[in-house]
Design a binder for this molecule. Sequence first.
Ligand code: IP8
Length: 257
Amino acid sequence: MFAILKLGGSILCDKNIPYSINWENLENIAIEIKEAIEYYKSKNEEFKLIIVHGGGSFGHPVAKKYLKDGKFVDMGKGYWEIQKAMRKFNNIVIEELQNFEIPAVSIQASSFITFDNESNLHFDTNAVEKMLDKGLIPVIHGDIVIDEKTDNFKIFSGDHALPFLSKKLNPDLSLHASDVDGVWDLNFKIIENINSKNIEDVLKSLKPSNKEDVTGGMHLKVMECYNLGIKTIIFNGNKKRNIYNALLKNVKGTLIN
Ligand code: IP8
């Protein structure tokens, strides 16, 4: 089994309080990931995992300070300030995983990833792949990167990372743990499947992201996966056992395919 799991910042933090960690969720998530690792071990089945996490109340409020009319300004300071906020957050996440003997190792996008002239990600995954082969669990986080197309900067969202890595590395499971049960339709019912037949309707129900967010919320999540043709499930990572169940291919949510 090879899974890529994105942990939304909203399930790891309280997005309204800068630099806040939801310790209860973080601990539960670490426990459930450890249990999934043990499950596959008990079945003698190989288990490879990449974890991606978002910016939460670390990256978003800091990035927002440097955004003026859609452009990043004063980035001599902004680049390292955003990077530093995300490094702090990533350290906390990784340390908690390591507390449960999960071999989590950090991958920091701002050090080597860019968006190129065509808005494609320039992301060499060789080290990530070799880490997986060695039984390590790379943990990649949302970050600030250089955007060659606009000659400015851009947020590398976890919602870019998950579909990009899924397209490139072809996992068995591509999982979006968010703070809702899936994608709602206009009547607040969860849409079970998103595909070419209903994408136009779905787009009508996708709200813009929370105002504290500098990235695209549910719209970015759905469209990045849909456009790249990645089969992904969006589910509620706040609910106990959902992370474990998702890693065992057994969770309810919205399936994009
Ligand atoms: O929460 C955003 O990542 P996301 C990263 O996955 C920063 O969109 C630095 C705001």
